[in-house]
Design a protein around this ligand. Structure first.
Ligand code: OGA
Ligand code: MN
Length: 365
């Protein structure tokens, strides 16, 4: 790949030109907390940069499969673009009521299990199933009265898990042989969303699931390690609200801030596929312990199709709910390999995409 970001790596690139970082710091700040009045809210889109987008009815896939995945019929979706960001698409929470719980449950209980890869693999003792091994300790920690004096628990330390082709944070690339089976449900979900938005033949081959605590961030970066940039990145947000920054091809472009809330889906394709982005802030719920709409106990009305409702979702929701009071989950799905092409090597110069950098940022340092 040509190196469109060469400019940001130049030795003479001045800190002062790093407008992305400046904005990131501004939103990350705690005291004083940043004003959020410039943050785009697609739920009440008053910003003139927000452009409503019509879905081409020809792209709509069968209703039965969409309902099975927990999605509303696309005629009910509210889809937006953003002026100045070609290829950016935002779908405002298109889920049937309560169906986000299924995906949250998958992200907490199933996706971080072996053989998938997580940041906890670096610990000395192996962790095969972090939820099973860590929930009791986590619960005790959370239910403790008064000021917490103990160190955080194993489950607090879960930062990311990777699915399909596992990104190698050290070598900064994907490898043909470092791949496990991509979950069928997430693959179907991504293919349907892609198709509806006008990206037929999308192959979900890799995903990073990020787990954010209320103090976590994700530093500014570009996802350019995939071999085919003509395919979108599809991002699914669940749990607490994030402030997301979307910039340009270099860090000298001032990023636009937007809220990503429980259930929102965001797509980065075209020009925006290679834009700098990051998460400087997770918003604390207005009342401690308040869950976002769709994840509350009573949110059962739009029950999932039988096949998507493992009894586990219902019985154990209380456990997941406790965790989600202080968590945001984001899944970014990627197609790694170009259609009809083999797995080639890509040299990669993006120093921001190292594991330690990501984990450090995510821990809020
Ligand atoms: C990523 C990413 C954004 C988010 O995982 O590469 O950019 O909203 N995530 O968490
Ligand atoms: Mn990213």
């Amino acid at each position: 790949m040509a190196a469109p970001y060469g400019s940001v790596q130049r030795d003479d690139f001045l800190e002062s030109e790093d407008v992305f970082k400046k904005e990131f710091k501004r939103y990350k700040a705690k005291d004083p907390a940043p004003k959020l009045d410039e943050v785009i809210d697609f739920g009440t889109p008053q910003d003139r940069k927000v452009i409503p987008v019509e879905i081409n009815p020809k792209n709509i896939t069968d209703q039965e499969s969409l309902a099975r995945l927990g999605l509303l019929h696309p005629s009910q979706w509210r889809v937006f673009g953003l002026e100045g960001f070609l290829g950016f698409l935002f779908i405002l929470n298109p889920w049937r009521r309560g169906c986000q719980k299924y995906w949250v449950t998958r992200c907490l209980r199933d996706y971080p299990c072996k053989p998938n890869v997580t940041n906890l693999d670096k610990l000395q003792h192996g962790v095969d199933n972090v939820w099973k091994e860590g929930y009791a300790e986590y619960r005790n920690y959370r239910l403790q009265e008064g000021k917490k004096t103990q160190p955080k628990t194993l489950l607090h330390k879960l930062r990311w898990t990777t699915l399909g082709y596992h990104y190698d944070w050290d070598k900064k690339e994907y490898h043909q042989e470092r791949c496990t089976e991509f979950p069928t449900d997430l693959s179907q979900l991504s293919t349907h969303v892609a198709q509806i938005l006008g990206f037929p033949h999308y192959k979900a081959e890799s995903a990073i699931v990020n787990y954010y605590g209320l103090d976590s961030q994700l530093g500014g970066h570009v996802d350019h390690q995939e071999l085919d940039h003509s395919k979108p990145i599809i991002s699914f947000s669940f749990g607490q609200t994030a402030v997301f920054l979307l910039g340009g091809k270099t860090k000298s472009v001032k990023p636009t801030a937007m809220f990503l809330r429980n259930g929102d889906i965001m797509v980065m394709s075209g020009d925006t596929r290679l834009a700098y982005h990051g998460v400087p802030k997770i918003l604390k719920p207005p009342i401690a312990g308040l869950l976002p709409e769709g994840l509350c106990e009573g949110d059962k009305e739009g029950v999932l199709h039988q096949s998507m409702l493992p009894s586990a979702v219902d019985k154990s929701w209380e456990e997941s709910a406790l965790f989600m009071e202080e968590c945001r989950i984001n899944i970014t799905v990627r197609q790694v390999v170009a259609d009809g092409k083999g797995f080639g090597k890509r040299s990669c110069d993006d120093e921001l995409q190292t594991e330690s950098k990501r984990t450090k940022e995510a821990q809020g340092s």
